[in-house]
Design a protein around this ligand. Structure first.
Ligand code: VG1
Ligand code: CO
Length: 543
């Protein structure tokens, strides 16, 4: 089998964002686009000779084709072995698990997460390092620099491999092992979670619905919930991964998972509703009649994690992304453990996890995880919830209400303005930044600004500094507004506005969310002049 060196010219738009390189499918379909980017990643793995690489994706359109190209480039660049999930599938947390378990040098994950798929949808390529986590800033910067100076890529000329049969084959000097995408992940979950207690819970008549949104978690959820725990057939909805996710947006929130959401709010609701996103790293939890905000879910998991065997010794510390509500901080304070605040994106948690400073972490965007892998993990969060319900014997809605009674409630909402003009978005953020110094002490629509800044993160482990991570304005009335631009969109800019308000009086724990937040929403719009600058009177998505 011969290695060919193919001359190429660089593309200048291959800068990895928060979660790798994400673009519309036709962009990836340009000649040499995928080859260039994969070769650039490979060039940034200097210790690859004789090592193992992990490869898999969320099954979206282009997944199989890009797996084939990546295998051939890997074989031409000195890797000894590639572990690829059967069918080219690996959820993001499972890929992280496989990298760690098999001592791989890194992994390439093919996903655009919650973004839509199909020929007109999005695709993405992400590189994770040997700790199983997203490549840190230094590595993604090196990959980007490499994409701009590339003059050739190396590839073996070979027919496509069979990705659907478990076992090993050779590609040049490299071994390709097609592995069961679920097995290693299932074994890890078995170590962390009380499978027996959950099996008894289901045997006692407990019912749930898990919406895999036609994305990668279908096989994982079916194997564990229906296969291991014996949950009734049909527990997993939309359990077959599809290249276009059935035409849906695989984002687990009340808007995009509305069928499940509506079921949970109806009289026919089972005991628990859950969903996961395209690549399996996010989760949505809905109790009967009660949506659990991701920020609350994170706080509740922290409060009860010790009930799961993997966390029986307690937590060393916790972390949340800055826009995530402060509910987690209240739990940390009561447990007497440190709580860290990081910029948005999982890579910032990696250092804290590797250093043992934290055990559990999460984001308002429905990502929750722990030190078991270095990615957020949707199904893991659902299993911890089941573990809590099984051990306490309490209904999910009681657990949530009990949490509010103890800690108070952080009312929360996020307003997304999608596909707005990128320049206008930049002007809006600049305008806000220019105002910050003058804000403290100002009265706005009945609220008093207590503090205002542009979040700057100093990594407690390596001292690295990350600037301009979101404008935050806190109010004396226990309210807060955060503004930031998305790093994962593929068209124009997306403005995210995060709005929250804390209430602790016993008679103020069950008010309509919109009512409690209305004054803060109004101030948020006014302060940033959102309508005038974006030309939008309403957000595109409210979660
Ligand atoms: C979004 C979320 C962020 C998450 C990121 C990747 O980023 O807000 O919390 O870490 O997606 O998640 P942004 O920059 O668009 O706000 V995933 O499930 O796409 O890996
Ligand atoms: Co995701």
């Amino acid at each position: 089998m011969s290695v060919t060196t193919v001359p190429t010219t660089p593309y200048d738009d291959q800068k990895p964002g928060t979660s790798g390189l994400r673009k519309k499918v036709p962009v990836f379909q340009q000649a040499r686009y995928v080859e260039n980017f994969v070769q650039a990643i490979v060039d940034c793995i200097p210790d690859r000779a004789g090592r193992t690489l992990v490869l898999g994706g969320d099954g979206r359109f282009l997944n199989r084709a890009v797996v084939q190209i990546t295998l051939k480039i890997a074989a031409a660049n000195g890797f000894a072995r590639v572990l690829v999930g059967r069918g080219g599938l690996l959820s993001t947390p499972a890929a992280s698990c496989v990298i760690r378990k098999h001592g791989a040098v890194g992994g390439i994950i093919l996903s655009a997460s919650h973004n839509p798929g199909g020929p007109d949808g999005d695709f993405g390529i992400k590189y994770n390092t040997a700790n199983g986590g997203p490549a840190p800033e230094g590595v993604t910067a090196a990959i980007y620099a490499r994409t701009r100076s590339l003059t050739e890529y190396r590839i073996v000329e070979a027919p496509d491999l069979d990705l659907d049969t478990l076992g090993e084959t050779r590609l040049g000097d490299m071994v390709v092992a097609v592995i069961d995408p679920v097995a290693d992940y299932l074994a890890l979950m078995h170590d962390l979670i009380d499978f027996d207690a959950i099996t008894r819970l289901f045997a006692g008549g407990f019912r749930m619905r898990f919406d895999a949104m036609s994305a990668v978690t279908g096989p994982y959820a079916t194997a564990i919930l229906e296969g291991v725990f014996g949950a009734e057939a049909g527990t997993v909805l939309n359990g077959t991964p599809r290249e276009d996710f059935g035409g849906h947006h695989p984002d687990p929130n009340p808007v995009h998972a509305h069928e499940l959401y509506d079921l949970m709010l109806s009289a026919r609701a089972p005991n628990l509703g859950a969903a996961s996103d395209g690549d399996g790293d996010r989760n949505m939890i809905v109790a009967p009649g009660l949506f659990v905000t991701p920020s609350d879910s994170l706080a509740i998991l922290a409060a009860y994690a010790h009930l799961a065997p993997g966390y029986a010794k307690g937590l060393s510390g916790v972390a949340r992304s800055m826009p995530t509500s402060r509910a987690l901080d209240r739990v940390a304070a009561s447990l007497g453990i440190p709580a860290y605040e990081t910029p948005t994106g999982w890579k910032f948690f990696g250092n804290l996890l590797d250093a043992g400073l934290i055990t559990l972490c999460g984001e308002e965007s429905a990502g929750t995880g722990s030190n078991h892998v270095r990615e957020k993990d949707g199904l893991w969060a659902v299993l911890i919830w089941l573990n809590i319900l099984a051990v306490t014997g309490r209904p999910a809605q009681d657990v949530v209400r009990g949490h509010w009674a103890t800690f108070g409630r952080d009312y929360y909402t996020r307003h997304d303005y999608e596909e707005i003009d990128a320049e206008a978005a930049g002007r809006l953020m600049d305008g806000l930044r220019a105002k910050l110094a003058g804000l403290p002490g100002t009265r706005l629509g009945g609220l008093t600004v207590a503090a205002a800044d542009d979040f700057r993160y100093v990594d407690p482990v390596d001292g690295s500094v990350t600037e301009q991570q979101g404008v935050r304005v806190t109010f004396a009335e226990d309210a807060r507004v955060v503004y930031r631009l998305s790093g994962t969109g593929t068209a124009g800019a997306t403005l995210r506005v995060y709005i929250e308000r804390y209430e602790s009086a016993p008679d103020r724990l069950e008010l309509p969310v919109a009512d409690v937040l209305a004054p803060v929403v109004a101030v948020a719009g006014e302060l940033a002049d959102i309508a005038a600058l974006t030309g939008r009177s309403e957000p595109s998505v409210i979660t």
